[in-house]
Design a protein around this ligand. Structure first.
Ligand SMILES: [Zn+2]
Length: 57
């Protein structure tokens, strides 16, 4: 069983979520939380910046 790297729960399926440039495997619940936290801390500007970075690579 895959394990969520945030809450350490064993789940049927983990989702890959990129956080601060690092790929983490999280359960659905933790992905939602992480997305919310990323929005709060980074705001819309960072989302724009990420998009630009993706284009650059
Ligand atoms: Zn989790």
């Amino acid at each position: 069983m895959p394990k969520c790297q945030a809450c350490q729960d064993e789940v049927d399926e983990v989702l890959r979520f990129k956080m601060n440039g690092k790929m983490r495997r999280l359960c659905e619940v933790c992905v939602e939380i992480a997305e919310e936290e990323a929005e709060i801390s980074d705001g819309a500007y960072s989302a724009m910046k990420d998009m630009m970075e993706y284009k650059g690579r």
